[in-house]
Design a binder for this molecule. Structure first.
Ligand code: SF4
Ligand code: FES
Length: 244
């Protein structure tokens, strides 16, 4: 008879023995051991892609640091989550982010900056991401000057949740950004305005339109008239026979 019990993996994290199911990541194992490993691109409800490298840990015998959110725990591993090398790597990642992205609406990343004593001015000559705010629908705005390219919005819009595929990466290298297909306005895409992308964005790059308008100083009445009526108009036109 086939044994359906998952195989247990035994490893040591920061000197503490941990047993995890086969297939667990180093992040799972660290959390199980009560160790705090910082993450940026990782989200509990999204597929991990190991994009930001904030979660790196040191595995004894490995040449490179391992991204804990995607690296699988293996039998007999000895892992360190807060060595000087790990901390330097995380600090540098934060400093590079701060040098090129507006993190003013990213409280979790700001907290990590303080925790790792990251110097936001370390790379003063870095070119900063600068995009005009995209205000093309009644539900949310997109401010890609604040985007850290974590890919969470792309994933919840795709197979991780909504299967809508309105968002994707555009361009390459430093020019990489999140965009709609052919840069269409959001109303012309397959977006159903579920709001899940806004919910998972860690930096305020995606923000509810009403919140954004209130932050600009607009009064509540004007905010409602700007957003509610347009939303209603869109819904009404979608439900009008012959408009599909
Ligand atoms: S818009 Fe937000 S969720 Fe999407 S990639 Fe940028 S930071 Fe991440
Ligand atoms: S949190 Fe692991 S690579 Fe981003």
């Amino acid at each position: 008879m086939e044994d359906s019990q998952p195989r247990m993996i035994h490893l040591v994290i920061d000197g503490q023995p941990v047993d995890v199911n086969e297939g667990a990541t180093l992040l799972d194992a660290a959390r199980q051991a009560g160790k705090e490993v910082p993450t940026i691109c990782y989200h509990d409800h999204c597929t991990a892609n190991g994009l930001c490298r904030m979660c790196v840990v040191e595995v004894e015998g490995a040449r490179l640091l391992s991204p804990a959110c995607v690296a699988q725990a293996a039998e007999g591993m000895t892992v360190h989550t807060r060595t000087a090398r790990v901390e330097r790597s995380r600090r540098t990642i934060l400093e590079m982010l701060a040098s090129s992205v507006d993190l003013s609406d990213a409280p979790e990343i700001q907290g990590l900056m303080a925790l790792y004593s990251a110097d936001a001015q370390r790379f003063p000559d870095a070119s900063r991401r600068s995009h005009p705010v995209i205000d093309d629908n009644p539900m949310y705005i997109r401010d890609y000057s604040k985007c850290v390219l974590c890919w969470r919005c792309v994933q919840v819009c795709a197979e991780d949740a909504q299967y809508t595929f309105a968002l994707n990466f555009s361009k390459r290298g430093y020019e990489t950004s999140i965009a709609t297909f052919y840069d269409k306005g959001m109303m012309e895409t397959s977006c159903v305005f579920c709001g899940q992308c806004v919910g998972v964005c860690p930096t305020g790059a995606l923000k509810p339109k009403r919140q954004w308008l209130l932050e600009t100083g607009m009064g509540a009445e004007d905010v409602l008239s700007q957003t509610r009526s347009k939303a209603r108009r869109k819904r009404r036109s979608e439900h009008t026979p012959g408009n599909d």
